[in-house]
Write a protein that binds this ligand. Structure first.
Ligand code: ADP
Ligand code: MG
Length: 245
């Protein structure tokens, strides 16, 4: 992890009508850092992720990515989106395209890269997530865990500077959670900058540099995992942990 900031949220506010869903959020993520975001349902975790890659506009404050203040729209926004990969709870693979085609699509269509180079990179990414031998299958022929690993390979195919994960294992059968977390853990070890919303406290303990606890749109507390789990300071965090651990 470097000292250099990659993602900086400065006094970010967002409302959905009267609902203050991001309430003066300040958060800095360093290059190579893994930040795990936890908190009760409805606390604004997904909105935070979506705001970072501007799937969701904010009302106030600034988000800086790799030294540039994020624009609200236009060409720089498209470039930014390709620099921040996102992995969702639902894998969102194209059902009528093969696994390999799914991984190749972004670099071909968005980046206009040469097919041969994209294919080679896609195959090596599929190998890296342990699915190289399934490249010509269709999503429905794979298990949920395998599909989520494809979704991670697809995000990596754009060569992002950071990856955002929004509850990537919540839709999986329990026996498939581990294989996805293993891929994420190895990415973390290789120095990928990651913001991970998850209920997997084992992952938070072992892979996170920092745990951020959100409640009611506020970033209530943040600390290294060993400190946070041993000694949560706020009542909200204590209460949350007592329910899930
Ligand atoms: P979390 O991911 O922590 O469960 P979300 O970021 O999804 O929380 O949602 C935070 C709050 O904003 C919730 O109360 C949710 O109902 C509300 N919300 C989310 N998306 C929208 C939307 N598009 N319109 C109105 N309210 C929304
Ligand atoms: Mg959510």
């Amino acid at each position: 992890m470097s000292d250099e900031a990659l993602i900086v949220l400065d006094k970010v506010n967002k409302w959905f009508g009267p609902l203050h869903v991001l309430d003066n959020v300040n958060l800095t993520v360093a290059k190579g850092e893994v930040v795990v975001v936890i908190g009760p349902s409805g606390s604004g975790k997904s909105t935070l992720c979506r705001a970072i890659n501007r799937l969701e506009p904010i009302n106030d404050g600034t988000i800086t990515f790799d030294g540039r203040v994020l624009p609200a729209e236009g060409r720089p926004l498209a470039r930014l989106r390709s620099e921040v990969g996102m992995v969702f709870q639902s894998f969102n693979l194209f059902a009528h395209k093969t696994i390999l085609q799914n991984v190749m699509l972004g670099p071909l269509k968005v980046r206009k890269e040469k097919p041969a180079a994209v294919r080679e990179r896609a195959m090596s990414l599929l190998d890296r997530v342990g699915i190289g031998n399934q490249a010509d299958k269709y999503p429905a022929q794979l298990s949920g865990g395998q599909q989520q690993r494809v979704a991670i390979a697809r995000a990596l195919a754009m060569q992002p500077k950071a990856l955002l994960f929004d509850e990537p294992t919540s839709a999986l059968d329990p026996e498939m959670v581990g294989e996805v977390l293993d891929v994420m853990t190895s990415l973390a070890k290789e120095g990928m900058t990651m913001v991970v919303v998850t209920h997997e406290m084992g992952f938070a303990r072992h892979a996170a540099n920092r745990v951020v606890f959100m409640a009611d749109g506020q970033l209530v507390e943040q600390a290294p995992p060993e400190e946070f789990f041993a000694n949560p300071r706020s009542e909200r965090a204590k209460d949350f942990l007592s329910k899930i651990l």
